[in-house]
Design a protein around this ligand. Sequence first.
Ligand code: 13P
Length: 339
Amino acid sequence: MSELENIAKKMLAKGKGILAADESTGTMTKRLSSVNVESTSENRLKFREILFSAESMKENIGGVILYDETIKQKTSSGKSIPELIKSFGSIPGIKVDTGAKKLAGSPEEKITEGLDGLRERLEEYYKLGARFTKWRAVYNISQKHPSELAIKSNAHALARYASLVQESKMVPIVEPEVLMDGDHNIKKCYEITSKVLKECYKELKLHNVNLKGTILKPNMILPGNQSKSKSNASEIAKMTIKCLKENVPSEVPGIAFLSGGQTEIEATQNLNEINKINDTNFVMSFSYGRALQQSALKNWGKNITDINNTQKIFNHRSKMNGLSASAKWSMDLEKQLTA
Ligand code: 13P
């Protein structure tokens, strides 16, 4: 097995998933101000260090996606953040896109930027300890969108990114996120996600990306958050598996979903249902940001010296998602273990 395949497998080993802690400074400032904490570089590090030193890092977190600021920071004991993550047997990774910008030619849509100078930045991140990377493309669903232009240009950028990352001996996480904003039904999400994934894999193949050394980070197939029609976890799981089976080549070893605005429990329950009926060869796990951090952040905002309880809450969420990655989660366990 190649080194890239090894890394991808290790990140999504049994009962493990990925912690997405790569919020840009702007996004992290919003998250911190929602719990009345000032967004200083010191506070951003403090919260993240609490998560990265929690017990569940060993059992349930196979990789951590960092932001440029964090990968260069040192912990209170002088270790670098990547060293801290590695000390738990987890793998440090880095977000390398520079954000979604207005798409010229279709200005209501977004194109993700960050290809200029990427080869040189990748070299630096590798030296800092990163062994995988992330690039996120976003697509909005509306009557007219996403346009063919948005689908094609984002797929092209994702493929150029992935190819450069493998050249730098790291595993690219390919993240085409169809947003859940809107009043569309689950069928529409399925149709659009299918189109988006098809185009992404067409481009990844054209760019000679070794799919065995990649991880896909997709949205689950969900109705829009303003939709009148609701779907239960079983329908979501069936549609999600159908979409991935039809559009993702079988060489891809692992799929790590984003949470995308689902509540913590929804994200856990839906992943559990997906794994209950997973009849593919893909490992299906999580790469959650909000669905792993929300409750921990809320607690921390009440008292930023309360490391113990903040870690307990984070450990619980990581453990619940670890169980759902093996189809072993239940609402009963959720309650028993919280009590
Ligand atoms: P959420 O799980 O909060 O959607 O974040 C995942 C992520 O990394 C988005 O790029």
